[in-house]
Design a protein around this ligand. Sequence first.
Ligand code: ARG
Length: 462
Amino acid sequence: MDAIWKKRFAKELDLDIAHFLCSIEDDERLIAHDISANRAHIRMLKKNGLITARDHARMDRALQDLNAQYAQKKLMLDQACEDVHMNIEMQVKKRSGHHAGSLHMARSRNDLIATDMRLYARKSVVMLISDCLRAQTALVNHARAHHDVVVPGYTHLQQAQPVLWAFYLLSIFFKLQRDCECLFDAYVRVNISPLGSCALAGTAHKIDPEFTAARLGFRRFADNSMDAVSDRDFLCEVAYVCAQIGTHFAALAEDLIIYTTQEFARIALDDAIATGSSIMPHKKNPDCLEMLRARAGSLIGHVVTLFTVIKGLPSSYNRDLQCTKRAFFDCIDTTHACLRILPCIIANMRLLKNDWATTPALCCATNVVDHLAAHKFTFRKAYHAVAACARRAQGKVDTFIKECAREFTLEPNVIAALLIPVNAVQAKCSKNSTGPAQVRKALARAQRIIRNSQRRIKQLRQ
Ligand code: ARG
């Protein structure tokens, strides 16, 4: 297969160099987008009288034929053609002969690759929003099914205050909700067409890039042709959101890993999602959670890769930009794979029964302070007095109760009742707190948010 620029060179390209430059491996997933961009482009050329209806019909038929072949997994990209764009052009030429000569009129591979990547990123963003929504739904379902379970809430991984398990799950829900919002926002900036920017400077042909943009479902044409062919910040933005999603699912994974240990023994993973050891017969390991935790690392790495490739490039298109594809594709694949398994993990974790919620616990000491502050002390004075009792009690609940009862001349059973975790949770009434009434409201809100996102996603073009 001769290179398109054959006439410019006296020699053929060295095979190793050709192989090194080739992007076919990464380009497979751009095929359908490249065909769509080609079809929109020639439709515009026809409308503006730049090609004949006959040329358009021949090329469009060839492109549709390629689409069908691709759908049947029969379209193979040829390594000799360097990239997806050359391959499609070569295939159209094969099918429509000299009629294909105008396919590349008023455009360049530079605006074409930017267009393909935007189409790909747009589709991916919609997919990731759906993935987030499924994970959010699983969290809400699990939270509703266990709405009255009280667990220790931690700061510094030390028992801090009791909370509802549903409240904890909602904390993850709202993190994912921010991720969803970021994806919806990114969609707006991704959804702009570079097609018609040509190599960097636009063209002398009378084209209509707004028409092409509309046919591809883009919001509008880009503001500046030089910017449009060189810009990859839309990839960085989506990759950043993926890294953020990663930190969120890794945080959940880390918590669950801790809660499944024998020491914490708060939850158990169903056998369907746990793994064993090849040497220690008693083991049940949370490998899937550990993998989730680790994958966040690669997502952060991809953001760094993308910025590092782009940073310091001279203006407009440089071949370096080709190297943004692999990192971006892996970003999408990894985030998708991780979000997809979250519902399965959430549905397969079982809360272990224990009487912690109904037994007095020192992590309710703030309740004693609050009780005193509401009656006879300022908050700080009460805090100091209760802290002194805690020091004397050395972690022993019974001693703490006795110390407090003596210090504040209260019945020990009044102190004991204040230290019961379920009472402490029920006493919480501030907005968006762990109080049961607040959590009920938050769960209802979460369901409204999910329905709203589902509506919004339907309005996005996929
Ligand atoms: N294969 C290239 C890429 O993926 C397409 C654009 C090539 N343009 C060029 N002038 N070499 O970025």
